[in-house]
Write a protein of this length. Structure first.
Length: 224
């Protein structure tokens, strides 16, 4: 669970509203799943690091070449930084991302015999890895429930009245107490899909929104 969070439990009304939203999301986005392409937990971890401030489509164009050149954690850890940066340059922020990837892979090699760890604590102890990346890996590679909070999840959750928070860890906690663990991973995907398809920034596209009747957001937009 998100660290150091203390707040009152949600009310029966809040839980009932959350159940209706969860049902509507599941019905609207039955195909919702991780958009990053990967063959193993390490590839998913690296792809998730690359996806920061970048589209999954762009990441999926970069990773096949990247993993063909550097197929495991040791290869990535020992890569020439300039070569690694050149391969990931198109994802943006390539200096910082290369640093995070190599630091995490060095930790994986030195502390976990080259295998991506399977717990939140161990994943977050890797340099360059935070709760968002950890939850992506846990939920999709290891089938361990986790709430992934990216910009879409934060924005959509606030508009739907599921949270008032802006800090990702606080949003994560609010969603965790509203929804059962078995829904956390799928719910994250559904909220991301809804954010991409309909509840966009800076203005939502409310015409035809499958959650319109459940949405308390006062700033609806029917002018698109």
């Amino acid at each position: 669970m998100a660290a150091s969070q203390k707040t009152k439990a949600p009310s029966a009304a809040q839980l009932a509203a959350a159940r209706k939203i969860a049902a509507a999301l599941a019905k609207a986005y039955p195909e919702a799943a991780c958009s990053l392409q990967y063959a193993n937990p390490l590839q998913l971890l690296v792809a998730t690091i690359l996806s920061a401030q970048c589209t999954d489509v762009r990441v999926n164009k970069v990773t096949p070449i990247l993993f063909a050149r550097f197929p495991d954690a040791r290869a990535l850890a020992e890569a020439q930084t300039a070569e690694l940066e050149a391969l990931i340059r198109s994802t943006g922020f390539f200096h910082a991302k290369a640093k995070s990837i190599q630091a995490a892979c060095k930790d994986i090699v030195q502390q976990h015999a080259g295998n991506v760890p399977r717990t939140m604590a161990e994943l977050c102890a890797l340099r360059g890895v935070g709760r968002k990346t950890a939850n992506v890996v846990l939920g999709n590679a290891f089938n361990t429930p986790g709430v992934v909070v990216d910009t879409h999840v934060g924005r959509v959750s606030r508009r739907l009245g599921l949270t008032k928070e802006t800090a990702p860890e606080k949003i994560e906690y609010d969603l965790m107490v509203l929804f059962p663990p078995e829904r956390w991973t799928a719910l994250s995907h559904e909220l991301i899909f809804h954010g991409r398809a309909c509840c966009k920034a800076p203005q939502p596209h409310c015409t035809g929104c499958p959650l319109l009747k459940l949405c308390p957001c006062p700033n609806k937009n029917f002018q698109e």
